[in-house]
Write a protein that binds this ligand. Structure first.
Ligand code: FIX
Ligand code: ZN
Length: 412
């Protein structure tokens, strides 16, 4: 039997020791070479920090973009770490990483930090970051439409088993007229008006890439206006190609809903925003395609409660992550608490969305702290009824939350 303090300690310890399967990142298998970003300059020019820097910079957008990466990192360091205290979550994250790597952050010495990173070989650094973050596996975001990534898949390479793939298809669903010529050039007989064998050929394309990538799921990001059913290319393709493909391959379709791309194009990758979406689209998909599996994360805080309620109604829906602008302690805590209260352990509370390898360390250290706190409260509530959770039960539960539930869902 646990005394209350001991129960909290056990939960924190289990959360700390349980390895995570990070189900959505923008990291790459080291075989992709320079596509796998790491190191202090990449950490500093993360697009979250670029957006924050422009609020402090007295610098025209073009001037910033004409700088080298190192100069950009210098400018961000000056604006966000030296001229002001690095309070924001993304700034704090950089310091968490440096501290975990054993570096002395209080010196505020960027050249010394660069010297430290220059000593690392990427292969060793991958292992170091995965160890420090206690991440057992990372899911990449793999787009056949990315001209830097596609040739690597086409050439072939020996897979690092710590990096698994997911098939990302935004251009297919969001920009069909401009995607048709590409598919045709790759040998798929598709037409803009969906005539002939178009849907069958899109399915052949999805099947070929599912096999090439060994894709764990197929995924797309969608705007707040996403609707289903609808008389548009996106809905037609989902209905007649993605859904049958998903059933044929037993593959889940991941919907990341609520992003407004390029609200400020002068910020480039940092220029995306968000909007509240209509949950009816998710409800309709889950209901109409009950033999398909769906993963869903939504970007707007306002959508979180109804998404959970929808998951209560449809067992073919798995909710995941506190995505992007939600990945802040106050909001993670609120959302995680609500999800546990509404759907218990049948969800994946967090993914990292890392773009830089080192970020695994901070994203998971911060998320673990929050999850440990919320879970401890929940087990305390159980203990108050006389239901004492054992360590083995807590370990089982945390394993579920750290990717185990998703793995079962995908296999079911
Ligand atoms: O669409 C996505 O997968 C988003 O996560 C990214 O595009 C976004 O830029 C990001 O890095 C958010 O964390
Ligand atoms: Zn992402």
């Amino acid at each position: 039997m646990h005394a209350p303090a001991a129960l909290r300690e056990t939960v924190a310890d289990v959360v700390h020791r349980t390895p995570v399967y990070d189900i959505h990142t923008h990291l790459y298998d080291p075989a992709f070479g320079e596509l796998l970003l790491w190191g202090i300059d990449e950490l500093l020019i993360y697009h979250y920090l670029i957006a924050e820097s422009f609020r402090q910079f007295d610098l025209p957008y073009d001037k910033f973009w004409s700088m080298t990466k190192k100069q950009q990192a210098d400018a961000i360091w000056q604006a966000l770490f030296i001229d002001h205290s690095p309070i924001s979550e993304a700034c704090r994250g950089v310091l968490t990483v440096l501290n975990a790597l054993g570096l002395d952050v209080k010196k505020r010495d960027l050249p010394a930090l660069r010297q430290h990173f220059a000593k690392w070989q990427v292969g060793d650094f991958v292992t170091r970051c995965l160890d420090l973050a206690n991440v057992r596996q990372v899911c990449m975001t793999n787009s056949p439409f990315d001209d830097l990534e596609r040739p690597v898949w086409e050439r072939g390479f020996t897979r690092d088993p710590r990096f698994v793939g997911a098939l990302r298809i935004d251009p297919l669903l969001l920009d069909w007229p401009n995607t048709v010529p590409k598919l045709r050039a790759w040998g798929y007989d598709v037409s803009v008006d969906f005539g002939g064998q178009t849907f069958g050929e899109v399915r052949r394309f999805l099947g070929d890439w599912t096999k090439k990538i060994d894709a764990q799921y197929c995924m797309v990001s969608l705007t707040p206006e996403f609707a289903f059913p609808a008389h548009n290319d996106t809905a037609q393709l989902i209905q007649h190609a993605i859904m049958p493909h998903g059933r044929e391959y037993g593959q889940a379709f991941a919907l990341m809903i609520g992003v407004k791309r390029n609200v400020n194009p002068r910020l480039r990758l940092a220029g995306d925003s968000l909007g509240k979406a209509d949950i009816m689209a998710v409800e309709n998909l889950c209901s109409e395609f009950s033999d398909n599996k769906f993963l869903c994360t939504m970007l707007s805080r306002e959508n979180q409660h109804e998404l959970c309620v929808t998951a209560r109604k449809f067992r073919n829906l798995h909710v995941f992550g506190c995505w992007w602008f939600l990945n802040n302690p106050s909001i993670i805590e609120e959302i995680t608490r609500m999800r546990l209260e509404l759907i218990g352990l049948s969800m994946t509370p967090q993914h990292s969305d890392c773009r830089v390898l080192d970020q695994l360390v901070y994203k998971w250290q911060h998320s673990r702290g929050l999850l440990g706190k919320v879970l401890a409260d929940k087990y305390e509530d159980l203990a108050a009824t006389g239901w004492e959770p054992t360590r083995a039960e807590i370990e089982r539960d945390v394993h579920e939350l750290f990717g185990g539930a998703l793995e079962r869902f995908l296999k079911s």
